[in-house]
Design a protein around this ligand. Sequence first.
Ligand code: BG6
Length: 289
Amino acid sequence: MSASESPAEILPPQVTRIEESGKLPKLRVETPWSTAEVYFQGAHVTAFQEKGEAPLLFLSKQSQFIPGKAIRGGIPLIFPWFGNREGHPAHGFARTAEWNLVDAVSHADGRVTLRFSLPEHLSPLRVQYAVTVAEDLKLEFSVQNPTQEAQQVEACLHSYFNIGDIARTSVTGLQKVPFIDQLDGNRIKSESFPELRISEEIDRIYIAVPAVLEIHDETRKRKIRLETENSRSAVVWNPWIAKSQRLGDFGDEEYREMLCVETGNVAGNTWNLVPGGHLGMKARLSSFQ
Ligand code: BG6
């Protein structure tokens, strides 16, 4: 069933469906603390903003918002594989699939939860994704294997964060955590400094990451906190100058105001879903002074 036929269109007053001619449909959520936007394509969160704060998520001004093309920014949901796969779309098909809205729930305390499922014709697995909007943003991804065979899958919340200036930004929580350097022949390395600072292209898959990571944005004088459950991997990515110019849907200068810190289970942390098995991961994204 497509989103436009979804039965879950009895939306609480905090949720508005926005469907303009020729544009991808999306849901806009307003809570006492914040606003958010989520597209049916990819169940893709493109915006989350606390009232009186700068947007938490980066969204490229060059993003194209066309069917079948991943939106550049926000939180693309990467599944069931991470990276390139010969003859198949990079980062899996989930981020460009049209998801079903299962329901939209307004909680008594003001939080709002949107629950999505991946249409069954796209995967033998049962895939669910819940987005809860409050003073923070909570993301819960789960996958169940109803088949008779084990299935290997990767899943990742490819979060693009909005930062004031990459030159005045650092990431903490990754000291001594081994990583695969995708820009250096996938060599395994580790960082000795307590703060990761970025002054060139970076594309690393950290292995065995702690449950809390922080982005320190000195320009905006705020910290962005990522708290996760059952996420063993973190990908840190910034395309820097040359790759920004190569990306067709990304401004040449936008690398200065974004940083991807993606959480999930990829590469060596690929999930093995036994027959009948169930796996899930959570992320809570918030900011503070
Ligand atoms: C990151 C990868 O997760 O996503 C990078 O580590 C990749 O290698 C980046 O360039 C963006 O990927 P895409 O497919 O959205 O352009």
